[in-house]
Write a protein of this length. Structure first.
Length: 261
């Protein structure tokens, strides 16, 4: 007589199998999560490139850049040419004024928009001078900061030296990235503020100093320091995406369109 023996998994064996499966899932989900974030960043970059083209186009058509949206309705405040309703030109992207159906980035947050006002938000009346009107004599008031190697130190290679990426910038647009630190949702909800002492703070404040950071993506970690004084520690988390209007490109396009001089 044949006897069929049936074996059952013990609890220990089941635990081992579940552990192996969980480790496999972690190994798979890690790369998938990185790929998703990379795709989201690229989608936001593509969107912001469209925004920049719209800003250049607006300037060519209207003879000035728009004021920021300060109420959250997507409309420039004020709509007419003149001094913006916020003295330092800081607010959100006026997407409706630009004719864009782009309320926010891929993470559902508003794009920050900062413009030099009144110099780049007021139509030129014909005199080329530092008179607060957009003409060839006007200079932007925004500085874009970054971090990297200090080329003046010769063979010493740094990674955290603060330097200028661009100066005299007329306007800047930024997304606060996936971590959403310092962001405001498209519904007007202010999210978690940035951590003191990090470069993202510069992009989170009211920008009365008109300085913004644009640097390499960093995941941060324990002991991180955003300071050139300590090269032994890693840079803190930074996932902001920053783009700015080039003063030379802006002036060139406006001259070609015979808006200036």
């Amino acid at each position: 007589m044949n006897i069929k023996l049936q074996k059952a998994f013990t609890l220990i064996e089941l635990s081992v199998v579940m552990f192996i499966i969980s480790m496999l899932l972690v190994g798979l989900l890690g790369p998938v999560g990185s790929q998703i974030e990379s795709q989201q960043r690229q989608e936001t970059i593509d969107t912001m490139e469209d925004i920049m083209e719209s800003l250049y186009g607006f300037a060519v058509i209207n003879g000035r850049l728009p004021c920021p949206d300060t109420t959250g309705d997507g409309i420039s405040d004020p709509v007419a040419s003149g001094t913006c309703t916020v003295a330092n030109g800081d607010g959100w992207l006026p997407w409706q004024t630009l004719g864009l159906n782009i309320q926010g980035d891929v993470w559902g947050n508003r794009f920050k928009y900062h413009v030099t006002t009144p110099g780049f938000t007021t139509i030129d009346t014909g005199t080329c001078a530092a008179d607060g009107e957009l003409d060839l004599c006007q200079a932007g008031g925004i500085t874009i900061l970054t971090r990297g190697d200090d080329t003046s130190t010769g063979g010493v290679i740094e990674s955290k030296f603060q330097k200028n990426a661009a100066t005299l910038v007329p306007a800047v647009v930024l997304s606060h990235g996936r971590n959403t630190l310092g962001a405001t949702t498209v519904l007007g909800v202010a999210l978690t503020a940035t951590t003191a002492g990090t470069d993202e703070v510069e992009n989170d404040d009211a920008n009365t100093d008109a300085n913004f950071y644009s640097r390499t993506f960093s995941e941060g970690g324990t002991g991180c320091v955003d300071s050139a004084a300590d090269e032994t520690e890693i840079l803190c988390e930074f996932d902001d995406i920053v783009m700015w209007i080039s003063p030379n490109v802006l002036m060139n396009r406006m001259v070609k369109a015979e808006v200036l001089p």
